[in-house]
Design a protein around this ligand. Sequence first.
Ligand code: PTJ
Length: 250
Amino acid sequence: MTEIDIPESHPRYESLLTRHRIEAGVEKGITSQQGLIAQGRGEAFDYLLGEETIPSADAAERVAAAQLLAADHAVLSVNGNVAALVPGEIVDLAEATGADIEVNLFNRTRERMERIADHLRDHGGTEIKGLEADGRIPGLDHERAKVDADGIGSADVVLVPLEDGDRAEALAEMGKTEIVIDLNPLSRSAQSAAVPVVDNIIRAVPNMTAHARELAGAADDDLAEIIEEFDPEETLVAAERAIRGGDLDG
Ligand code: PTJ
């Protein structure tokens, strides 16, 4: 099935398009087969959230944009699912915030790292980090600990979408300000984030870019105030409330 085969009028158009992108990602050797399972898990939560950006997620996306703009060195981490779903949108977010892009995989292989870096370049990315692998995240086994020393290794703010719990916790323990995009508000990744964004990555990343463009001229004090006022716990509670009380028709 190609993207054009799905009629836009279909009530689950976005969900089917997303599935297609993940499937195509696996076929291209970008996304791991486990990525299909991760997507299914995410979809279940998205369904319960009404497949829309709830107000608390929009607020978190604005805070995430402020964090990326205020950072000394921000890095956007890209895995196989992120590369399949939002390659051009990640490049746009990097441009809007001055962040670096780094490929960082749970199931790391040299071949998939290179394919993802090429795919991001095809979507307008210029400098793609991750292949040097000359830095380490303490407390993780060898392959999963690898990062670029001048990328995630030295970043003060990192965006880690769809991250596995161990790595999210280890990055937070390194003192990094972590922005996590994860549709499951109960996941360890969302729980360990300074800014948990409980939203589908396909909506979250473009919305962060829109907020970043709107905040681009903001004074440092204004960005600091937006960051200061944010409570991650409240955001997680709001998402859980939306899941429990949401309209399940449709
Ligand atoms: O490409 P790799 O090797 O780095 O592997 C990437 C995956 C995602 C396969 C790997 O990190 C993994 O197994 O992740 P988990 O532990 O399944 O966690 C993925 C989380 O992302 C889950 O909590 C899902 O609910 C969530 N998720 C899945 N799809 C989306 C999502 N969150 C936001 N948007 C999505 N589209």
